[in-house]
Design a protein around this ligand. Structure first.
Ligand SMILES: [Zn+2]
Length: 320
């Protein structure tokens, strides 16, 4: 069973995206009501529904489906879950709502990043969500579930359509991709290995650092990462994450104004950064092993960093 019980009525379900341990979906169960936070893809939906059933609950108990942002590993399954859960409302960032109602542009953009055959294998069909079932969560929006309050804060930097969800009861925050990625198998003797995700197309280092600081101000005990799982927060993790934002931005800035083969050069440099950093932290695997593990994330981060550089270059030289 791909369901892990955490605490305070929170469960982690593996979305089985790409492979186990890559993308998480959380169930928050309180007084009989269920919130599904993150959705995985359309292909994740059956496993999520099975997890709900295994808790002795039904689709009628699902009150809210809450993707942190509309990237398809987080929101791709929203339409399928909304079809399956007749009483649920979808809660989404104001910039994401139109894409949930009419996902064509989102799908086309994702096909460009992943390619058509990988897209179909990873995401399946993306199902629209009826507009009347959508609740838009502006910055500061709160949801009261029988006295348990969830607070939504706008956290741009990874994506402009990204919010994080604060759960005071568990002293935890569902951070989507704003608080980076820490796959548990990458942990070393010095603790979790965490890095920032800069995937296309909205990465902005300054606003990401600002959003990370905003999360830290709530002083949560736990960060519920989508990639992957709960993390007991401490100062060294926060420092590591912020350094990862800065280091990747610096690598990219050194290539500003030199667009030739930049995706490839960025990918090599980001992979080297990740591998060097984990080896410095006591990682015991070989360089080649880590290069392999970081491959997909280094590639996506490189693409996102390139988008950022192109934006910078255009804003500095609008006539070009
Ligand atoms: Zn993601």
């Amino acid at each position: 069973m791909n369901l892990t019980k955490l605490h305070h009525g929170i469960y982690c379900v593996d979305a089985q995206y790409i492979q186990p341990g890559v993308a998480a979906v959380y169930l928050l169960v309180h007084e009989g009501q269920i919130c599904i936070i993150e959705t995985g893809t359309t292909l994740s939906a059956p496993g999520i529904l099975q997890a709900i059933e295994s808790l002795g609950k039904s689709v009628n108990d699902v009150s809210y489906v809450i993707p942190t942002h509309i990237h398809l590993d987080h929101a791709g399954g929203a339409g399928a879950l909304m079809q399956a859960c007749p009483k649920a409302k979808l809660i989404i960032h104001p910039r994401g709502a139109d894409h949930m109602i009419a996902p064509e542009k989102l799908v086309a953009g994702t096909r460009l990043v992943y390619g058509d055959s990988a897209f179909e294998q990873l995401y399946g069909e993306v199902i629209p969500v009826p507009a009347e079932r959508i609740i838009i969560a502006d910055d500061g929006f709160t949801l009261n579930i029988h006295g348990r309050v969830l607070k939504f804060i706008d956290t741009p930097g990874h994506a402009l359509h990204h919010f994080c969800v604060i759960d005071e009861m568990s002293s935890g925050i569902f951070t989507g991709d704003t608080f980076g990625i820490a796959y548990p198998p990458l942990a070393t003797d010095s603790g979790p290995f965490i890095f920032a995700t800069t995937t296309p197309t909205h990465f902005e280092p300054d606003s990401l650092l600002h959003s990370i600081d905003r999360i830290l101000k709530y002083d949560p005990h736990f960060i519920y990462l989508t990639h992957f799982g709960p993390l007991a927060l401490n100062a060294s993790i926060a420092k590591q994450l912020k350094q990862s934002v800065t280091a990747q931005a610096q690598i990219a800035l050194a290539m500003k104004g030199q667009p030739e083969n930049r995706d490839q050069r960025l990918e090599a440099a980001i992979s080297e950064l990740f591998v060097d950093t984990i080896l410095e932290q006591g990682g015991r695997e070989s360089k080649e092993h880590y290069q392999q593990l970081f491959g997909a994330d280094a590639r996506l981060n490189a693409q996102g960093l390139n988008f950022w550089l192109v934006r910078l270059e255009k804003s500095e030289n609008p006539g070009a």
